[in-house]
Design a protein around this ligand. Structure first.
Ligand code: NAP
Length: 398
């Protein structure tokens, strides 16, 4: 039998972190015999957040995650409220008044943009805009790949790899996936011959995860060409990483880079992916208002600080994408830590200000709490841990 007093929880954000929190709350309520109802709000009309509008559509394994989270949404104790945005038509005070606990799972929606001269030209976009386009996000911009034979992607995170893979893939790669049909048609008709990944530091600093890098190398007729470090330097970096017991992800990345890259593309390659380490964009070149290339400067470490060497190379490109991370934004009426661009918390409990008092009954999970980092499993464990704190507090306040 459930406890007599029903507990009502609000979750703002129906992305993976919000939905994992809902799932953990339902499980916790079952274990502790708490009668719970959960209201989940999202600014979009459809749930799943980055799971639907962030994860690349060819990552089919995530379909199973969506199925699990769809089952949570379908639980009769859960009500989904689409089209409701915190700070606009959803008010913090009203949420607190009507619920015993409120969990903010609002993500980190602000994409970091390139600041190099020329970066505001047509054809230079935040990578996330292209992600929205091929995943069919309602706010997506129109993208034309007509005339694009060479693309540059700045960054070495998983978003950069997703973009490079989608652009370099053969026609039909997204067939049978949930990718937006218009984007599929545009990508199928595209004739992209070269994708250059600009990585401002070395291979040991790449932010991507190894399985994602291996996937890029699996594409048919694509050559992954190594630039910026020699084979001998790569071997020395890998030896150092092994000796210093560097993070396993880094050691695996180094192994994969050594195994899967070549020094020159075979003539038969349909598309070449140039992996340029120690390379940063210093100017986006513009002709007739549109992007025509990137001036790339070689970088190096000097007294532990990354500096430009002044050695410049022109990389032609008709499309330049910055995949250099995301940040949270302040929401009117909610505490915000401008340094980390997150909601300030302790163990998931919201604080009135960084280091300040706990806002009783309010919590944060996911990117809005720890920043735009980590894979989906990170969100799952974080949301599960925070949901446990919510259950503890609900029991404590009964
Ligand atoms: P990220 O992992 O933080 O990577 C950002 C990259 O941009 C880093 O390589 C960073 O280099 C570089 N960068 C930052 N500022 C730069 C600048 N001004 N100029 C040049 N390079 C710059 O960000 P993300 O790729 O957007 O991914 C966000 C999170 O989502 C990550 O945790 C990622 O793993 C996750 N994600 C996961 C998947 C998946 O699991 N398949 C797919 C997509 C995203 P430095 O290291 O030198 O700063």
């Amino acid at each position: 039998m459930r406890a007599a007093v029903p507990r009502r929880v609000a979750i703002v954000g129906a992305g993976p972190s919000g939905l994992y929190a809902a799932k953990a709350l339902l499980d916790g309520a079952d274990r502790h015999d708490i009668a719970i109802t959960i209201d989940i709000f999202d600014r979009l009309d459809v749930p799943f957040g980055l799971l639907r509008f962030g994860v690349a559509p060819d990552h089919l394994a995530y379909t199973r995650v969506e199925e699990t989270l769809a089952a949570t949404l379908a639980d009769d104790r859960v009500t989904f409220h689409p089209g409701r945005q915190l700070g606009h038509d959803l008010d913090r005070e009203a949420l607190r008044e009507n619920h015993d606990a409120v969990i903010y799972a609002v993500g980190a929606p602000l994409e970091t943009r390139l600041t190099a001269p020329g970066a505001d030209a047509r054809g230079c976009e935040a990578g996330g805009e292209i992600v929205k386009w091929y995943t069919g996000h309602p706010d997506a911009i129109d993208v034309s790949l007509a005339g694009v034979t060479e693309a540059v992607v700045v960054g070495a995170g998983n978003v950069a790899l997703d973009l490079a893979r989608i652009l370099a893939a053969p026609a039909g790669h997204l067939a049978g996936t949930k990718a937006a049909r218009l984007a599929q048609a545009e990508l199928d008709a595209a004739a992209i011959r070269r994708v250059t990944l600009l990585v401002r530091r070395g291979p040991q600093h790449a932010a991507f995860t190894t399985p994602e890098f291996r996937e890029l190398a699996k594409l048919d007729d694509v050559a992954l060409v190594l630039h910026g470090v020699s084979r001998a330097e790569l071997a020395a970096i890998a030896a150092d990483a092994a000796e210093t017991k560097a993070d396993r992800r880094i050691r695996n990345n180094l192994k994969a880079i050594a195994e899967l890259t070549v020094d020159a593309a075979p003539a038969a390659a349909r598309c070449v992916v140039d992996l340029r380490f120690f390379a940063r964009p210093v100017e986006v070149k513009v002709e007739a208002g549109a992007v025509s290339g990137v001036v790339v400067e070689r970088t190096e470490f000097c007294d532990g600080k990354l500096v430009g060497t002044g050695e410049l190379t022109d990389v032609p490109a008709q499309l330049v994408l910055a995949a250099i991370g995301y940040r949270g934004i302040a929401i009117p009426g909610l505490p915000f830590d401008p340094g980390s661009a997150t909601l300030p918390t302790v163990e998931g409990r919201l604080l009135a200000e960084p280091g300040g008092a706990v806002c009783v009954g309010e919590y944060a999970v996911g990117w809005s709490k720890y920043g735009a980092t980590g894979i989906i499993g990170t969100a799952k464990s974080d949301s599960t841990a925070t949901a446990a704190r919510v259950i503890e507090d609900l029991i404590g306040s009964a």
